[in-house]
Design a protein around this ligand. Structure first.
Ligand code: XMP
Ligand code: MG
Length: 179
């Protein structure tokens, strides 16, 4: 375990096993749907989860990325800013949005609205983690990996000031790291 970590909440094995289950479920759901989704990852936090998940989506999906920011330090700051937009059009196409964590839900609500404005025919969300205790806007993911308690978490894409994204598990940092 990394020296700055207090505890591991979700292990690498758990993430891989759950990604397999989610991939299977998503494959089945979109096999019944008329069209394949464009898989859109939100940079940078979703990258490790997206990479694991798409291995288990048994469909010829395309992927794209968007970079939005809504978070500085450990407190959410309301409105979402688009730093990098999609490289392809989503007009008339269903989108499967991949997130690292749903906290207040504001990012998700705003990005879903943006994609629908761009003409996406449907927007579904898969998030590695969900922190329902922190929700301030009404929104739920269609697929959730793990529900986590109301603690700031890092690893598997999630950062604290850009650090710890490369850890292969999700955990909580020692209190002294924040001092
Ligand atoms: P909202 O509040 O819009 O936030 O749902 C979603 C984004 O906030 C970041 N976030 C976190 N990042 N540990 C992190 O490293 C956390 O515990 C955490 N909670 C929220 C994250 O970027 C997410 O996309
Ligand atoms: Mg994020």
């Amino acid at each position: 375990m990394h020296q700055d970590m207090k505890k591991i909440l979700v292990s690498e094995d758990q993430i891989i096993a759950r990604s397999k289950e989610l991939g299977k479920q998503i494959s089945e759901d979109y096999t019944c749907a008329k069209e394949l989704p464009l898989v859109v990852g939100l940079l940078k936090g979703s990258v490790p989860f997206l990479a694991e998940l798409i291995k288990h989506i048994d469909l010829d999906v395309c992927i794209d990325f968007m970079d939005v920011s809504s978070y500085e330090g450990t407190e959410s700051i309301g409105d979402v800013k688009v730093n990098m937009d999609l490289s392809s059009s989503v007009k008339g196409i269903p989108v499967l949005l991949v997130e690292d964590i749903i906290d207040t839900g504001r990012t998700l609500k705003e990005v879903t609205r943006l994609l629908k404005n761009k003409g996406a025919s449907d927007v579904k969300v898969v998030s590695l983690l969900d922190k329902p205790d922190r929700r301030t806007v009404e929104i739920e993911a269609d697929y959730v990996g793990f529900v986590v308690p109301n603690e700031f978490v890092v690893g598997f894409g999630l950062d604290y000031d850009q650090k710890y994204r490369t850890l292969p598990y999700v955990g909580v940092l020692k209190d002294e790291v924040y001092q």
